[in-house]
Design a protein around this ligand. Sequence first.
Ligand code: GCU
Length: 691
Amino acid sequence: AAEDGLSGWLRYAPIKGAKGCHSKLPSAILTLNATEGSPVYTAGQELSQGISGIFGKELELNAAETRHGNGRDTTATVGTVHAYVDSNPDAAARLPELVDDGFYLDVSRGKVLILGQNERGALYGAFHYLSVLAQGNCSDFTLTSNPDAPIRWVNQWDNMQDGGTHGSVERGYGGDSIFFWDGKVRDDLTRAAQYARLLASIGLNAVVANNVNADAKTLTPENMDGLARIADVFRPYGVQLGVSLNFAAPETLGGLSSFDPLDETVINWWQGITDALYKRIPDMAGYLVKANSEGQPGPMTYNRTLAEGANMFAHTLKPYGGIILFRAFVYDHRTLNQTLDWKADRANAAGNYFDGLDDKFEDNVVIQIKNGPIDFQVREPVSPLFSHLVKTGAAIELQVSQEYLGQQAHLVYLAPMWKEILDFDFRVDGKPSRTSDIVGGKRFPRKLGGYAGVVNVGTNTTWLGSHLAMSNLYAYGRLAWDPSATSEGILQEWTKLTFSDDKKVLDVITKLSMESWPAYENYSGNLGIQTLTDILLGHYGPNPASQDGNPWGQWTRADADTIGMDRTVWNGTGFSGQYPPEIAAMYEDVATTPDNLLLWFHHVPYTQVLKSGKTVIQHFYDAHYAGSATAQTFPELWKTLKGRIDDERYEHVLYRLVYQAGHSLVWRDSVNTFYFNKSGIADTGGRVGNH
Ligand code: GCU
């Protein structure tokens, strides 16, 4: 059958072996205290729709009599623990401990119990049960599942207006905004509801719909009404709305003469906005703020600290239980001068700006930190700021949208990269201190923390512009729920749900996906040099020359003999000193810095010998050949799936993989030629340069 990608991994398509499952399925669904439009109500709908789609079995929903046939109770009961214990007081002692959004599943010969700690948790439980069924497993099981962190948000960088009439998505590669058009919230929010459904099915609980580069006009009364309509279509899925703010709005929208966060009139203005939003959206999640970054206004405009800026919003939100995600992506591109200053380093900015502020934030402020200190490059060390904030909640910002990573025209499965980041051990005070345990609030006891994923779906029926890229969204949700899940396990689940459980399909998609990040790193930027995309024009395609002399501070300091950023304390920008001692010592020394981050931390000759025994320049040449050779195998592998998946998606993916194979050669030759011309050093393989 022809397939667009709208339902993503929630296709509820018929499965092989469905017959064998029939006797093990429930015959009726009972929702506990479900009012129409509530997550428990949605759970009932999904269960009936899912079981009908996968097995062709129609279930009675909330029929008075739920005993069937032989008198055995085969009801799927779904609701909150609270509602269940109300009518089954004896059960209380048997039920496990659940945290917010957690769920408990007990599946036993058609009798199914799905309980959530809250309504949202009940819906998550229903989605989980359906996912297990859709993967062809109808055996009995019990499961207690709690999220690793409370904040599991999505950021969309959607513009309300884009010069003309559009609502475009900044760094989005799947079409226009599903939320905004012509400076307003769209009338038809069907896609927004479908999006919330996908997000809920992977445990994501809030969406900031408007761009971090926020338009103050988001806060006009008319647009606030529009935001309330978005929140309304999200609510049945337990997805809350967050709003991104422009720090200067009191002046640009409110007509005040200042936006100083300590000014009484400014504070009152923001309180008025917060009140007006909560009046319309009583369950609003909170705010997201990008301040003093890339020309955006912020508290530093008035010599106020970032904490003073963040706290102003925190105070207005507190009566409503709202939280503010304050971004750590703070740097001033106008002050970075590469030629004059060997020690200038954008990577230092966040550590410097947040220095001394750890005990200054209100407890409903969470600092949202990009995974790396620069900007979603193909490989970066983990941002040291995670190890500095002990008292302040932190969330990690990951980018699902492949801005520097091929913009969905290249297949790059990101879970393996995220796993390395989440598993990284900072060794704070010489103790295990993994990133995931820091944002999950386990390493330093804090109640708020978690994950923010920049997703940037659009109106395209594939959501992200490519069917295979959806594995990244799926993996993001799964890892935010459980960072110990494996990249391969997540991928196989996703593949079964999205395509089929055909072994061949599983094997091919697994192989392609698991090879894709290493291949992309090989044919783009190696050894921690950064992705080497064009910096000025859209962050796409090779342009190593643009990596130096730009004002954005994404530099490689490549000259005729040497390359790399010296970020050591003894001779460079001092960035390595931002890590706790054991890690700082590792990065300070060339000998102990892992090869894959060598040029991130050190400025070395092209002839520097790596741990692998190769020189830097020879590694460049070889890696670019190896990476692009891997990409050449992708379309061939994919072709072995012809007839095993529907033609529509088969062709759509093939087209992209053929393109990627070609573009990887452009990458290979541009980068290799560039460094050959710079260094004049021949490739020992005789492939690069004039011959
Ligand atoms: C990147 C991206 C911008 C974005 C910025 C941010 O630099 O290219 O489009 O606004 O990050 O995260 O704020």
